[in-house]
Design a protein around this ligand. Sequence first.
Ligand SMILES: [Zn+2]
Length: 361
Amino acid sequence: MKKVFIFLVSTCLLLTVFSSYVLAKANHPSTEGNTNISSILTYDDMIKELESLEKRSKGKLVVETLEELGYENSKSEEGRDLYVAKIGKGPEKVWIQGRIHGNEPYGTEATLELLKMYVSNQSPEIQKVLEELTLYVIPMYNPDGSEKNTRGNKDSIDLNRDWKKDGFEAVESLAWFTYWAEVKPDFGIDIHHQGLKKDSQTGEAVTMSLGVSLAPGGPTLPGIKNGEYDEVTRQAQVYVYDSLKDYGYTNIDRYTTGNARDGFTEIDIKGGVVSAMMLGLEYDGINEDNHSHPAVFFETSGNTRDGNLGQKARGHNIRHNVLGIQNLLYGLATGEVYDVNADRWDDIPRPDIKGYQTDYN
Ligand SMILES: [Zn+2]
């Protein structure tokens, strides 16, 4: 009897140990760079897809590298070409960048998906966008980090903290900055992925968070251009929020960092790429007239840090992202975005915040 009891106890213990191991594996299935990324688009996949879309578009889509465009600094630290795809004939220029963080892969997939739609879809909504806007699409801002599935570039530099007043640490940053200053866009969209996120009140999974790296209503944005960008970024996000509410399973909130235990914050970082675009960063005479424009970012939930759990909703997340961008572009093309009441930004759910996370002071 005693023996059986001991046997049962030890089996139970073993099972407990085993199941907590499995659970631990499930909750933390990977560390950065070690995720199985075989199903995720590589740099070569991106080039192949861009070239095939360009061919199919019969001249509508133009794919170029910064080297082909004649830039002195035109490649990544590891020597990869930097690609941009241009489509549309409109006077308003929109800059759309994906995967500045190499371990947030949907940016590449979403931008390619978007391009595919603009190449092949003949609907009046799509045609309206191509008449009113010219899209400058960067599917893989950070090719070296993307190939390694790391947030930073080859030297672990976070490229989204690298557009600074005193210059650029990574050559990719200088290359993109120089190109951006020549394009002089009117609007910017930056595609990111956050981890799996739950609504702090309801516990429901959040599918996407809206925001921008200079917090709307925060310490910096209202002071730019007499508050114009603070207004437009909120209008654009409310427009996306309204247009996605009708598409099946979506649960959108405002982007925050932190957690319930330590408190939530909003980000207000000046070295973030789209922050610097809004601030009109000038460096070495490259952006002498301090060109600037409003911008927003999309943080879709689930990235490769979440391993298979993040991958589960992948198709849905990409679709979600594409719909968000597509709707926003339509709103910009028609001018509907500018009719939105910006104060409704406060209606998008967000937990109370204790302050701002900054890269200054
Ligand atoms: Zn990111």
